[in-house]
Design a protein around this ligand. Structure first.
Ligand code: GLY
Length: 355
């Protein structure tokens, strides 16, 4: 249905992103045709395994099943995947195929980045969040007891295969979590400096109901728009030296909420939406946006009926934000809205932040 190309100057080669709604049973052949006559292993989420292993029809002995949940993105599973690849005698010519959400993609990608100093990996995202964000751009990582994504690598996949039909069986909470990242792209569009005008905020306003009803063609268009924006950003700044930081809109406060609730109470996307609402409040208080724009953004968010994040203890939230890996010693960096679909990075000291 559609093929986009990632073309990062600092990365060794370009790679394609295929977006389609073909029968899922065709996916194995599509991937195997792409990697050619090479060896591979598949890292697959347990949920995807239960629902799709028979339809996908990869040889069972080549599948490493990863239990679901963020806590599985750990060093033990990383080591197990490396052993699994060694047991299957993968060489540098071969591939790891990651089928699942962000946890599977990040973990399998990190294993690929270090296995024999780096082998190919293919991303097959099956959640909305992975389709629109984490499968593209090469951020791979594992979590440690000190925090999320603290060990990892920028390591690009050699292809991304998005089949929108996977989204039909995604549970509602996970679907909404993906929508959190999707609305983020709407609010940062102009700052992504994409050659094409995509007008995602309009698209979201006009298609909110079709999106919530999971109309497949609408979702395919939505994913295409988000990926075009993500490609524009990572092509310019693979390693998050500057521009890529805008993808963290809503994340400084959002990560603090995730941490204070032990990553259990709210999904990542729900926390990002909480973080965007906080950023709108902070930007308005500091005269970066007017109340009309704040209202426009809040109104768009309300169309997707995200759960409300309650207020948490101010000092605890500030303490967590201070230790975020993106914070400095005396200040916290926030990505804040400045204009229609535009954001910029601002540094604030603790006393300047009103919660
Ligand atoms: N998910 C944010 C990024 O890829 O930079």
């Amino acid at each position: 249905m559609c093929k986009l190309e990632v073309n990062i100057k600092s990365a060794p080669k370009n790679y394609p992103i295929f977006i389609n709604n073909h029968d899922i049973e065709k996916l194995k052949d599509e991937i195997l045709d792409y990697i050619g006559d090479k060896n591979f292993i598949v890292v697959m989420s347990q949920k995807v395994y239960k629902l799709y292993a028979n339809i996908l029809n990869f040889p069972k002995e080549k599948i490493f099943i990863l239990k679901d949940g963020e806590k599985e993105k750990n060093i033990k599973n990383y080591a197990k995947i490396l052993d699994f690849a060694l047991k299957h005698r993968l060489t540098r010519e071969d591939s790891i195929i990651a089928i699942g959400g962000g946890v599977v993609g990040d973990l399998a990608g990190f294993a690929a980045s270090t296995y024999m100093r780096g082998i190919n990996y293919i991303q097959v995202p099956t959640t909305l969040l992975a389709c629109t964000d984490s499968s593209v751009g090469g951020k791979t990582a594992i979590n440690t007891s000190y925090g999320k994504n603290l060990v990892g690598a920028f390591y690009q996949p050699c292809g991304v295969f998005i089949n929108v039909n996977f989204l039909k069986t995604l549970d509602n909470r996970q679907f909404k979590s993906g929508l959190g990242e999707v609305v983020k792209y709407g609010f940062i569009e102009k700052s992504c400096l994409c050659d094409e005008e995509l007008n995602l905020m309009n698209f979201l306003n006009e298609n909110a109901q079709n999106i919530l009803n999971r109309d497949i063609l609408t979702l395919a268009d939505l994913i295409k728009i988000c990926i075009k924006l993500k490609i524009a950003v990572v092509n310019q700044d693979e390693k998050e030296k500057g521009l890529r930081k805008i993808l963290n809109y809503g994340h400084t406060y959002g990560h603090a909420i995730e941490k204070i609730t032990n990553y259990r109470k709210f999904t990542h996307g729900e926390c990002v939406v909480g973080g965007i609402l906080f950023a709108l409040h902070l930007a308005f208080k500091n005269g970066k946006i007017d109340k009309e724009y704040k209202f426009l953004c809040e109104d768009l968010i309300s169309k997707f009926d995200f759960p409300k994040i309650p207020k948490f203890d101010k000092n605890k939230i500030l303490d967590i934000m201070k230790t975020d890996k993106k914070a400095g010693n005396d200040y916290i960096t926030f990505i804040l809205p400045t204009d229609y679909a535009s954001v910029e990075a601002f540094k604030y000291t603790i006393d300047q932040i009103s919660l």
